[in-house]
Design a protein around this ligand. Structure first.
Ligand code: FAD
Ligand code: NAD
Length: 462
């Protein structure tokens, strides 16, 4: 076994780890990053990017399928076909390009990327095994960025019929009947895509609402659209196991039912990979299954940091990246701590949901008086020209001075409003600031200005 040394060792080259590596390299820190998979982590290989590629392909196919003579736009097209295998090859091509892109960025920053499985020997020593060879790396500082993995239900083990999101994103043909267990982010994003590709989709959700982390005003347009796509949404329903024809469930009324399915996609959350790399041997403090960190991403062991999904919610790529960048700067001696006012979240359903900062209920729970303003896309010219009138933009502000505490929207393509939302909150904007900014016409972002004007009591277009 050979030996290597470095100042900083990062375990995991997902969005958290690789951004930490790039920034560390830029700051002149001698850095090694280790991953057993291709660089990019869950996000690039089996998460954000592959799912958005599938969602895009499904949307294009669905659009064409509906130009069947009934479109008010006057477009008619012959019945389209999809070769999902070709779609998956296209998606894999994007992933491969991005894998090479991440490796190139690390190289450009002078970071050494090692392919292999890391195992802690002690808090500063890690053994990395690749096939039959292994190397021992000693570092002054270590960052754990091992990410997360799909939760497996004990009564629905992953196999041929029961699949996780990773397999769903690489299916070579559209299943005739797909049953999705879990109506959260992943289940609804992928379930919607397969319904658009022609599968008969059923969503089984244990809670009484889909996307239970969002308020019902935001999820209502999504539920309406799922139903319009022919997706059966079974709420307050528990999965029980595989039957002869598909998935056995206990319905809201307490009766047993079997839902016919060729594939059962289980998306009931993700678990941190805090059991990976012999992390347990370090005896780090935990918060439930997650590694406990402070406002500088320090764990309970000196010189050992943790970032990304392994440290808890929200398990989002951009949170992991922001933590990675911050930790690299801390290791370089900069005075940094986690000072973000908000982490935007986007659910890429149809329509999309974007949230940033506090919801009305969360703001009220903080005690102070709150004002809200809402603008419907039904009154937005651009939304009408895109046949995207469902949804709205909502602002939540402190009553006293109009400081924006939260922004939410649901609607077609609203993911692109997330930057404006985050900037407004990070910069400490007030509703009168945004109300006074000229927003280009005709755009959906006029909804943001109008929501702020509505909160001030003088919206112009409703
Ligand atoms: P990961 O990306 O999980 O990377 C961890 C890396 O560590 C992996 O590459 C793994 O191979 C490596 N590793 C683990 N243990 C070892 C070991 N012992 N030795 C060597 N290497 C090891 N987030 C968004 O913000 N937007 C989205 O649209 C979005 N869509 C998603 C869609 C799906 C289907 C899924 C599953 C997730 C999605 N996410 C999305 C979540 C996002 O992918 C994660 O939040 C993000 O990848 C977390 O980054 P990370 O760096 O913490 O960990
Ligand atoms: P999730 O927490 O979003 O949803 C899981 C759903 O499964 C919940 O609604 C829950 O009530 C339900 N559930 C749990 N146990 C169940 C059971 N036994 N039977 C039926 N339903 C059950 O989890 P996810 O969809 O797996 O996504 C995991 C994480 O990945 C998310 O929290 C998010 O951080 C990240 N993600 C983000 C994006 C995005 O940013 N667009 C997309 C996908 C994933």
């Amino acid at each position: 076994m050979s030996d290597m040394t470095c100042k900083l060792l990062i375990i995991g080259a997902g969005p958290g780890g690789y951004v930490c590596g790039i920034r560390a390299g830029q700051l002149g820190i001698d850095t090694i990053i280790v991953d057993e998979q291709k660089p990019g982590g869950t996000c690039l290989n089996v998460g954000c990017i592959p799912s958005k590629a599938l969602i895009h392909a499904a949307e294009e196919f669905h659009k064409l399928s509906h130009f069947n003579g009934s479109s008010p736009l006057g477009i008619t097209a012959a019945s389209p076909q999809i070769d999902l295998s070709a779609t998956v090859d296209w998606k894999n091509g994007i992933v491969t390009r991005l894998n090479a892109g991440v490796a190139g960025l690390l190289k450009k920053s002078g970071v050494r990327l090692i392919a292999g499985k890391a195992t802690f020997q002690d808090g500063k020593t890690v053994k990395v095994t690749t096939g039959d060879t292994s190397v021992q790396i000693r570092a002054e500082q270590v960052v754990i960025a091992t990410g997360s993995a799909p939760v497996e239900l004990p009564f629905l083990p992953f196999g041929d019929t029961v699949i996780s999101s990773s397999e769903a994103l690489s299916l070579r043909s559209v299943p005739e009947r797909l049953c999705v267990v879990g109506g959260g982010y992943i289940g609804l994003e992928i379930g919607t895509a397969f319904a658009k590709l022609g599968a008969k989709v059923t969503v089984v959700e244990a809670a009484e609402r889909i996307l239970p982390q969002y308020d019902s005003a935001l999820t209502r347009p999504v539920l309406k659209s799922l139903q319009a796509l022919g997706i059966e949404v079974m709420l307050s329903t528990k999965a029980k196991g595989l039957g002869d024809k598909g998935l056995k469930v206990e319905t809201a009324e307490g009766s047993e039912r079997e839902i016919a399915a060729d594939k059962v996609l289980v998306t009931v959350g993700r678990r941190p990979r805090s059991d990976s790399a012999n992390i347990a041997s370090l005896g780090l403090a935990t918060d439930g299954p997650f590694l406990r960190i402070d406002d500088r991403c320090r764990t309970s062991m000196q010189g050992v940091f943790a970032i990304g999904d392994v440290t808890g919610e929200p398990m989002l790529a951009h949170r992991a990246m922001a933590q990675g960048e911050m930790v690299a700067e801390i290791i370089a001696g900069h005075k940094r701590s986690w000072d973000k006012r908000c982490i935007p979240a986007v659910c890429f359903t149809d329509p999309e949901i974007v949230t940033c900062g506090l919801s009305p209920d969360e703001a009220k729970a903080q005690g102070g008086a709150v004002t809200t303003g809402q603008f419907p896309f039904a009154a937005n010219g651009r939304a009408m020209t895109m046949e995207a009138e469902d949804g709205f933009v909502r602002v939540v502000a402190r009553k006293e001075d109009g400081l924006i505490l939260g922004l939410q929207a649901v609607g077609r393509g609203v993911s692109e409003l997330s930057a404006a939302f985050s900037i407004a909150i990070e910069m400490g904007a007030r509703i009168d600031d945004i109300g006074a900014v000229i927003h280009a016409h005709p755009t959906q972002s006029e909804g943001l200005q109008e929501a702020c004007l509505a909160a001030l009591g003088h919206a112009l277009h409703i």
